[in-house]
Design a protein around this ligand. Sequence first.
Ligand code: NAD
Length: 373
Amino acid sequence: MPEEKAEIGIGLIGSGFMGRCHANAFASVGGLFDLPARPVKAVLSDASERAAQDAAAALGFARGTANWRDLIADDAVDIVAITAPNIRHEPMALTAIAAGKTVYCEKPLSTTVASARTMTEAAEAAGVVTSVGFNFLRNPMVTLAREIIASGEIGEITGFRGRHAENYTADPDAPHSFRTDPQGGGALADIGSHIISMAMYMLGPLAEVSADCRTLYAERPVAAGASERRPVLVDDMTHALIRFESGVAGSLEANWAATGRTMDLSFEITGSKGAIAFSQESMNELRLCSGSGARAGFKRIEAGPSHPPYDRFCPAPGHHLGFNELKVIEVAQLIEAHVNGGACWPDFRAAYEFQRVVEAMQHSCSERRWITL
Ligand SMILES: NC(=O)c1ccc[n+]([C@@H]2O[C@H](COP(=O)([O-])OP(=O)(O)OC[C@H]3O[C@@H](n4cnc5c(N)ncnc54)[C@H](O)[C@@H]3O)[C@@H](O)[C@H]2O)c1
């Protein structure tokens, strides 16, 4: 008889896009990874009683509640997963930290640096495990890119060009959502945080930024199809020049009105001997430029079982991982950290550092100058 594993109770707040993604990850991770404990879907909370009950039943949670404080207080909940809109993260996380629970929060950690710092300091003082949902960092091809840089294969790093471009506000009649609220943060905070996290994961801390944040359309419909419109007070696109502490210079763009782009979280990193290029739109490949003279050029490395943990999902190359698998990898690392202690990077501290960059870029734009971090 295989040994019975300890159970870890999951409390999930929110059942929208990310809530379903988290539920799927907690449901499947135990069968794919050799984990020290087994996650159990204990409690789900949503904004109304009906939504909570329906989502709990649909996603396989033991019970639903419209009261997220009740979820956090439940002894059956060990890990609190927060997938509510950005402005709600702080009170939920602080309550979970006070209860001594592990906190798994969606990105961006919060809506301001001050709030992110409060959350980080509370978590560190309480000694709880934290993790933030920068799932794109879990891609085996991104891990490979980092290994290539660290190995020196592309030589001294000479430049970084990064972008997170999607198209969901490209239509001037695309309605407001929590993302376009000032409290949601705008394109830079919402999706720019992903490319900032990627830049820092690849090349380390940033030292200085100079940014231009633009609002493309002054007003948007208050809801889909509504004739009433209200002002847009956040950026639709930000372009920034950046300098890393290492001295490497580069550029970075966050843009959610990028017509034709669906998920272009991409980067190109050049070195003295080669280069690497990646886009989440082709998330199962990394392009590596190597060679010299007539043989120099980019080749395509396709994801396969030799790029762990791809092998956990599939024994054959070319069959490809997807977005949801990145969440499964993230959750596997979270459960390891919950059971064995230790950091689950990017944790609240790392996400706070990403948020500092977001806010420095916003200041840079409003003050029209370079900002030192
Ligand atoms: N990591 C990623 O790739 C990624 C992708 C998309 C969104 N996100 C992040 O995930 C979070 C949620 O985004 P989403 O796209 O899932 O939004 P969504 O609107 O689809 O879902 C939000 C959910 O939170 C619920 N909610 C709102 N207020 C609540 C409350 N008081 N109590 C309980 N539930 C409440 C809503 O009813 C809904 O179920 C955001 O922070 C967003 O930035 C991350």
